[in-house]
Design a protein around this ligand. Sequence first.
Ligand code: GLC
Ligand code: CA
Length: 550
Amino acid sequence: MNTDPTQQTATGWWTEAAIYQIYPRSFADSNGDGIGDLPGITARLDHLVELGVDAVWLSPFYPSPQADAGYDVADYRDVDPLFGTLADADKLIAEARSRGLRVIVDLVPNHTSSAHRWFQEALAAAPGSAQRSRYIFRDGLGPAGEQPPNDWQSVFGGPAWTRTVDPDGQPGQWYLHLFDTGQPDLNWDNPEVHEEFLGVLRFWLDRGVDGFRVDVAHGLIKQANLPDWQEPQEILSGNEIDKPRPPMWDQEGVHEVYRQWRQVLDSYPGERVLVAEAWVEPAERLARYVRPDEMHQAFNFEYLLAAWTAPAQYAVITRSLEATDSVGAPTTWVLSNHDVVRHASRLGLAIGGGRPNGIGIGDPQPDAALGLRRARAATLLMLALPGSAYLFQGEELGLPEHTTMPDEARQDPTWARSGHTQRGRDGCRVPIPWEADAPSYGFGPTDASWLPQPPSWAEYALDRQRDVPGSTYELYSAALRLRRAHGLGRGTLEWLSSGDETLVFRNGDLTVLTNFGDAPVPLPPNAEVLATSAPLNDDTIPTDVTVWLR
Ligand code: GLC
Ligand code: CA
């Protein structure tokens, strides 16, 4: 295969797609039990067509004890009764396809659920057995093995090791879990694990999915001998080029896994894609996941994390484009997902302040109006960039984080595992509002909602925004339509100016200007305004506004 990046630049639907993340628990509930489900999604697909996205990515719906909201998978080839049946999944895929929407499913290869048959077999088997070698079991340290095998911490807080109990009731070996205790890490040095996941890929490809979002793609391979790592645990590999790489993230061996997967995907008709969830910095390291014979895309978290200032945005956009260009891959852009504070709230916090892992009662509260204003400007800027854009359900409504959720309602394991210091991710996962005056704002037929919806959410409901000029929903759908009509996703970015206060670039026949500064800037003469993230003032562009001009 030709892997010389200078000789090929990727083409295909995914290189310019707008991809909408559905978090099944919180999208639409068909049976009123308070948890979103697959039939609920199918019934709401027309919303996505009307909005104008190209594809959906579904967070996990597989059988699971739900220790981490489904990212603890007990069976990779079925659907949890909570969400429906395999027949419901087939129907969803077929109905999406008939509307021209592609479907990407979530694949969780770093760990299984502790309820997975393999892990149950491992617990029942002896140390050193074939069953145990599918996971990372080790003897403890100390005279009686009472201390964990190394000092690694879990991403959710607390130690990354849990001690098992042998069948005779005696304390046994320890197993590694980079996340919750209910998420034992698989041993990717074991060929059987590779075989199993090749089968899982084929299972879903045969059912017609267009690709996979690969969970914790940078975590599968651990450094041999599992050396201690004195640093606090973060999912972000956080390595400057010249600093040592954490022994659990971004190890060289992961790339061989994805080269093999790519061959499987390429053996199927159509363009099936792999998307890496890899919290890897800097951009040059991340680009290695999207070399021509590996994955197609990787989420651009450096972009998501960038501060809302002209220099920071200029730097991250430029750097992202350069890094992916160097391997012939398209760039991706993302502002929100199910793991971070929604950008309509995040951008309402002080610039340069800390980035909280969840916000609750008693925490500094974001400025909601400022956050929404900046979020709309940020989205309009993002949707003008060449490459593929990821949207998270509800952001098209300008939905904020639930920042005053009672702590008793929280379900993210982060809250308990961090000793109630990190509130975690529940605030962005609240079921979304469809109809202002319906029970659970139209999320389902009853008032039930697995996380409480804030009383203020009626105003964000879809039916309060549709056909309402200037609403966030109308901004998104207009921008997505224009983005398609002007081929922005497959365009090229040319900077026209990059000061401390404003950014201006051209993409095709469009000029895009964002004003980050305190003072309004004049609209260029003879410019036709195709879209604006907030009303203009006479002929000036106010603070925190993006405009698309021709
Ligand atoms: C990914 C998911 C997150 C999950 C974690 C463990 O980061 O996006 O929701 O908790 O992996 O599977
Ligand atoms: Ca339901």
